[in-house]
Design a protein around this ligand. Structure first.
Ligand code: PGA
Ligand code: ZN
Length: 417
């Protein structure tokens, strides 16, 4: 079916800032709709999110230029293309932009078109998006990395580490994983309140208690896990997103009243991993500190999942360099860091072909769009990070996975590996 028309509009994301939504209409009237998220602790080499300069609207955060790019530049080239030709659509967008970081049209404009195309194609074939993208092999339900305590740039507390996550590795199904995690989430709220801390939530829906020490956050989470009868042996493991680039300056990591070199920081992680059931650490080292990454990967890479987010920004060139230089052993996949669906899948493929794990991820500023849930199942990558168990822009991703699991029926697989 041929693309008849496209239309972009400005909507608001979960932080109340503008973002772009695109409708793609096919000749038979079917519409595919997608919207794009926005990060706060962004990697320096991410594709460019085009924002308006006009300070009178949304303090300069409007996306009217990106919308203009879709309605007046992209539309002319995309109309008339067969909707199932996703790579032609994506390469048309990439060539039309012509820059390395998609700064001409904006990665936000480009991604919205790319995702809306896939959605229109799936709807036109009357199949779910995960099936359209992943074919008959798509069946692995991802283990969710659920961010139950927020810090860093995502919360107004003093925690320097950005995300404290629980991984329900012992569940038999995704559905059960979510139930177990929700029980822990609610018990964590009670524990936080009993200690007279504030139980308000941060940008990704995790609690943002006014504590300073990461070890206190880890202790609270373990108490919550155990208080509802689960163990950190078989049921839950812990994950962190340090977002270390946010506190790295002049070759020193400044956090929790410490000033550590990357050498000392690596030793700190080894001690933390020896003490706590941590199996995944994202951005433990700054995106600029390649030697620190190599050192930590040599020290901890065979014990713990070391995830490159700011380090790789879903970019095959950077992932390939990381693989050659033995940095990290997993890649965080955020479609808006790179800008098209085709490049997103290329990044996942490169990770998998080189023995790196891939974890599909949301952004801290999100919308109601559920494409990442479908990408996670389509790619059989086995892990997704979509925030906590409050705030609907987070739950919508997990709820979509519940639907996908029931559609997959007996063929669904849930296992941490
Ligand atoms: P961001 O944070 O969306 O604010 O960049 C998410 C992350 O660092 O994983
Ligand atoms: Zn991150």
């Amino acid at each position: 079916m041929i693309i008849k028309n496209l239309f972009a509009r400005e909507i608001l994301d979960s932080r109340g800032y503008p973002t772009i939504e695109v409708d793609i209409k096919l000749c038979n009237g079917i519409i595919g709709r997608a919207s794009v998220p926005s990060g706060a602790s962004t990697g320096k080499l991410e594709a460019l999110e085009l924002r308006d300069e006009d300070q009178k609207r949304y303090f300069g955060k409007g996306v009217l230029n990106a919308i203009n790019a879709v309605n007046n530049i992209i539309a002319k080239e995309i109309i008339g293309i067969e909707i199932t030709d996703q790579s032609l659509i994506d390469y048309t967008l990439i060539t039309l932009d012509g820059t390395k970081n998609k700064s001409k049209l904006g990665a936000n404009a480009i991604l919205a078109v790319s995702l809306a195309s896939a959605k229109a194609a799936a709807t036109n074939l009357s199949i779910p998006l995960y099936r359209y993208l992943g074919g008959t092999c798509a069946k692995v339900m991802p283990v969710p990395l659920i961010n139950v305590i927020n810090g860093g740039l995502h919360a107004d507390n003093k925690l320097d580490f950005q995300e404290f996550m629980i991984l329900p590795i012992g569940a038999k199904t995704f559905n059960e994983a979510l139930r177990m995690s929700a029980e822990v989430f609610h018990s964590l709220r009670d524990i936080i309140k009993k200690k007279n801390y504030n139980a308000n939530v941060g940008d990704e829906g995790g609690f943002a208690p006014d504590i300073e020490k990461s070890e206190e956050a880890l202790n609270l989470i373990i108490m919550a896990i155990e208080s509802v009868g689960y163990s950190t042996l078989n049921d839950f493991k812990l994950g962190l997103d340090i977002a270390a680039s946010t506190f790295y300056k002049n070759k020193v990591y400044k956090f929790e009243n410490r000033e550590l070199t990357s050498d000392e920081l690596s030793q700190y992680y080894c001690d933390l991993v020896a003490k706590y059931p941590i199996i995944s650490i994202e951005d433990p080292i700054s995106e600029e500190d390649y030697n620190g990454w190599k050192l930590l990967t040599a020290k901890l890479g065979d014990k713990v999942q070391l995830v490159g987010d700011d380090l790789f920004v879903t970019n095959c060139e950077l992932i390939s360099r990381g693989i050659k230089e033995k940095m990290a052993n997993a890649v965080l996949i955020k479609p808006n860091q790179i800008g098209t669906l085709t490049e997103t899948f290329n990044a996942i493929k490169m990770a998998h072909m080189n023995g790196y794990k891939a974890i599909i991820s949301h952004r801290s500023g999100e919308t109601e769009d559920t494409t990442i849930s479908h990408i996670a199942v389509a790619s059989n990558c086995g892990q997704i990070k979509a925030g906590s168990l409050s705030r609907s822009e987070r739950l919508v991703k997990y709820n979509e996975l519940i639907r996908i699991e029931s559609l997959l029926g007996k063929s669904a697989q849930y296992e941490f590996y």
